[in-house]
Write a new protein. Structure first.
Length: 299
């Protein structure tokens, strides 16, 4: 005899709505609309011939007879997921679409990416870049978004991977040629800035107790990595995130001019697909990278 099953999509929506006690949160998790959740719940209620929820001001509540049904449905869905995972080919390659800023890609992620590939040899990381102001506009094919501020997107989870802060850096040659004994001495030289981040130098000087003119000397670049390259080529000083400096400091292309003050930033954030194990593993790996401590002398 054929087994008569309820609509499976409706069961998945029912499980999420019952677990959250809220149609809106279920819609966000499943990346569908609130209306679609309501339609699927009505479809299941029509199939069962009875209501499953009572609607209240702050959400929905399972009716008494639906509570046992929810437990059984949740257990069944979990067993289906486990059985499917066990059956999938263990050596199947998977693509992971990662989007970040050009500077984060060049100065932080790519130098470390071989470590992730060694840990997850069957994961093909497809890396794309967008400017920080546009990264949230990345299309729905992206599995992980990384930038220096938190983000939100239905069906995704935002994780703070690293703390971060800004410090002034310059090339060894630049520092040898110019006396930089105090923070105020920096005002006599080109201060390299990133478009959209023109408040960083004034805020750093304010922490240092130095008053600054309305117009700071020095050019403005589109990306942080251009500021770092310009500084490495003796064009001035730049205020850079510590997360992006490790390779340049290790190669002695740049040196920290003053270790203090440190201008604290929101940190490095990753937005990943909530229900995707590979995305979660990648973000956990990001968080394990950390920073190396200051080792160079203060100028």
């Amino acid at each position: 005899m054929a087994i008569r099953l309820p609509p499976l999509k409706a069961l998945r929506v029912f499980e999420a709505a019952a677990r959250h006690g809220n149609f809106t949160l279920a819609a966000q998790e499943l990346n569908i609309t609130h209306s679609a959740v309501s339609q699927q719940i009505k479809l299941l209620e029509d199939f069962l011939g009875q209501a499953l929820f009572t609607r209240e001001a702050r959400g929905v509540v399972l009716l008494p007879h639906a509570k046992a049904y929810f437990v059984q449905v949740q257990d069944s869905l979990e067993r289906i997921a486990d059985a499917t995972s066990a059956l999938r080919a263990p050596d199947r390659r998977r693509s992971l679409n990662v989007c970040t800023t050009p500077s984060m890609a060049m100065k932080w992620l790519i130098p470390r990416l071989s470590d992730f590939q060694a840990m997850m040899p069957l994961a093909d990381v497809q890396l794309t870049t967008l400017g920080s102001a546009f990264i949230e506009q990345a299309d729905s094919s992206v599995d992980v978004l990384i930038r220096h501020s938190p983000m939100q997107r239905p069906g995704y989870t935002c994780v703070r991977c690293l703390p971060d802060y800004l410090v002034p850096v310059a090339s060894p040659r630049f520092m040898a040629r110019h006396a930089l004994g105090t923070a105020a001495d920096c005002l006599g030289h080109p201060l390299l800035q990133v478009a959209g981040e023109l408040t960083h130098w004034p805020r750093w000087f304010d922490l240092a107790g130095v008053r600054v003119p309305s117009q700071l000397p020095g050019p403005v670049f589109d990306h942080q990595f251009l500021c770092l390259q310009a500084a490495a080529n003796d064009l001035g000083l730049t205020l850079a995130p510590w997360s992006l400096l490790e390779e340049d400091l290790r190669a002695d292309r740049l040196r920290v001019v003053f270790t203090h003050p440190q201008l604290v930033t929101p940190g490095v954030y990753a937005l990943h697909r909530t229900d995707d194990g590979l995305s979660q593993s990648f973000v956990a790996w990001l968080g394990a990278q950390g920073h190396r401590p200051f080792t160079g002398p203060e100028a």
